[in-house]
Ligand binder design. Structure first.
Ligand SMILES: [Zn+2]
Ligand SMILES: [Zn+2]
Length: 154
């Protein structure tokens, strides 16, 4: 399946912003996981947008995308891109979800709901190997006055 321009743009932006050299000695970096990198030469650690968001949520709990963007300095486009890519997901019970780009139903992450992917591919296997497929919330959104949260799928 051809990737949508929106996702390509997100990936390019994310990669452009990712640290690729040590900020202290310009040495090469190895990936430690969780958005952290370490310099081979001086052992200085660097962090990418994924790590910034993860640390923020670990410290402050899940927050709306715009609050995460404001507090981490990560552009809102990147936060939204992570949702569409499934690196971030909105937890069950949230009041607001993102929408399937085809039918508009609520999904917690991804681009399309499982039903639309099933209709598109006509093949059950396609659902499990398609990175664009999202997951519908199990219950109807609760009207409890809570703001919508992001959670982390790590
Ligand atoms: Zn270094
Ligand atoms: Zn759909």
């Amino acid at each position: 399946m051809v990737k949508a321009a929106e996702l390509e743009k997100f990936e390019k932006e994310f990669i452009d912003r990712k640290p690729n050299r040590c900020s202290k000695c310009k040495g090469r970096l190895k990936y430690l996981g969780g958005g952290y990198y370490q310099c081979f030469d001086c052992e200085n650690t660097e962090i990418d947008d994924f790590g910034r968001i993860k640390d923020y949520i670990d410290e402050n709990g899940p927050k709306p995308a715009i609050v995460i963007a404001e507090n981490t300095g990560v552009p809102i486009d990147i936060v939204n891109g992570m949702l569409r890519e499934g690196r971030l997901e909105i937890p069950e019970g949230s009041k607001v979800y993102i929408q399937c780009l085809s039918c508009g139903c609520s999904i917690r992450y991804g681009r399309y709901c499982p039903d639309c992917i099933r209709n598109k591919t006509n093949n059950l296997k396609g659902i499990y190997f398609n990175p664009e497929v999202g997951e519908k919330p199990k219950a109807a959104p609760k009207q409890d006055g809570k703001m919508h949260f992001l959670d982390f799928d790590n």
